[in-house]
Design a protein around this ligand. Structure first.
Ligand code: PMV
Length: 362
């Protein structure tokens, strides 16, 4: 039972929530104040790739992020994830003496994003999902526990990471237990369920965000009364969103998505001092999509329950928009974006758009 060297490379895509997670009830276990729901994006353009090597000759754990070595002991979240994965393996080794002692092996971990890190493009979600999955493979637990169990461990790295362990439409159920064992991701519908659903990612800025989500959401928890109202509303919204997805009801999906994004950013503004993730470009996108939808939903006045939506915007902790659009309308929306946000001189029209709700992991 001498451990042998083992190397594995995995990749995980980002997920973009349509019911947002914002606020922790437990800051060390990363337990949320509300459930959330996201789509995992399938395209290769927004992924984290992690290589993990376990080797008996290694003397300590080491970590490289985007080519730069980091002090792994300073990355508390990462330390927690690795400790829990090793503890899991250790219990297995205690139960079955024939198992290799992989829990004692030191690891070298190398993780790379192919898109800007910490710019509100959910880099921590794909990053910790890939990291958890890769390490789970390297120490021999990946095929011994369920994906939801792994999602619980990814959650300890970054809350939203738990949702990137599945493809398609994924809920993170907040759970009620203080130890967090029921705060896990579950697949609501797989990637083949709604093949016409596309995500278009509009990068307004790839600069690192000013307020990291961890600091921002705790300030919101401490100061925003509006958050309490949001917490009251989310269970119904989760139910409505699951229904919309089950029925492939784009109108309901679009309306709920935009309202949830608006409410999340309202809660940010209600934080004191206020947090502003949206910029002028983001607001211009909101107005453009609102005006565009109004051409098809009737009179353009206020009101819910309209039919005919063409595009749904959503924004995370940054200015970049993600538009969820049905495939048939993508060319028109792309033309609209190119017309109102012309690409810089010398760059051609944006022809690319990013794939549909997604398959997970290569
Ligand atoms: O998991 P974190 O700490 O990166 O927080 C993510 C929060 C949002 O992206 C704004 C919303 C969400 O549910 O993904």
């Amino acid at each position: 039972t001498n451990p042998h060297a083992f190397e594995v490379t995995v990749s995980a895509p980002v997920n973009i929530a349509v019911v947002k997670y914002w606020g922790k009830r437990d800051t060390s276990l990363l337990l949320p104040t509300n459930s959330s729901l996201s789509l995992t994006l399938s395209q290769d353009d927004l992924r984290s790739t992690t290589t993990v090597r376990a080797d008996p000759s290694f003397e300590r754990d080491r970590l490289w992020l985007n080519g730069k070595e980091e002090d792994v002991t300073k990355n508390k979240r990462m330390v927690n994830v690795v400790r829990e994965l090793r503890a899991l393996r250790q219990r297995m080794e205690q139960d079955d003496a024939s198992l290799e002692k992989l829990s004692a092996q030191k690891l070298h971990v190398c993780s790379q994003n192919n898109f800007p890190t910490a710019a509100g493009l959910a880099s921590s979600a794909s990053g910790f999902a890939a990291l958890t999955f890769g390490i789970a493979h390297a120490i021999g637990v990946a095929d011994k526990v369920s994906r939801s169990d792994l999602s619980r461990l990814a959650r300890l790295g970054s809350g939203s990471a738990c949702r990137s362990l599945f493809g398609g439409f994924v809920a993170w159920e907040m759970g009620s237990r203080p130890d967090g064992v029921d705060s896990v991701a579950v697949q609501v519908a797989d990637e083949s369920h709604w093949p016409d659903m596309e995500a278009l990612v509009l990068v307004a800025s790839d600069a690192r965000k000013d307020t990291p989500s961890t600091a921002g959401m705790q300030l919101t928890v401490e100061t925003s009364e509006l958050l309490q109202e949001r917490i009251r509303q989310v269970p119904q919204r989760m139910q409505d969103m699951k229904q919309a997805i089950a029925n492939k009801d784009y109108d309901a999906f679009a309306e709920l998505t935009m309202m949830d994004s608006n409410q999340f950013h309202a809660v940010c503004l209600d934080t004191f001092p206020p947090i502003t993730y949206l910029n002028d470009v983001s607001r211009a996108v909101i107005h453009l999509i609102t005006a565009y939808n109004a051409l098809f939903t009737g009179d353009g006045r206020s009101g819910r329950g309209k039919k005919g939506y063409r595009a749904a915007y959503t924004f995370d902790a940054g200015p970049n928009a993600v538009l969820y659009i049905l495939k048939e309308h993508v060319p028109e929306v792309l033309a609209l974006v190119n017309r109102f946000f012309p690409p810089p001189e010398g760059e051609g029209e944006r022809k690319e758009y990013f794939g549909r709700a997604a398959n997970f992991m290569g």
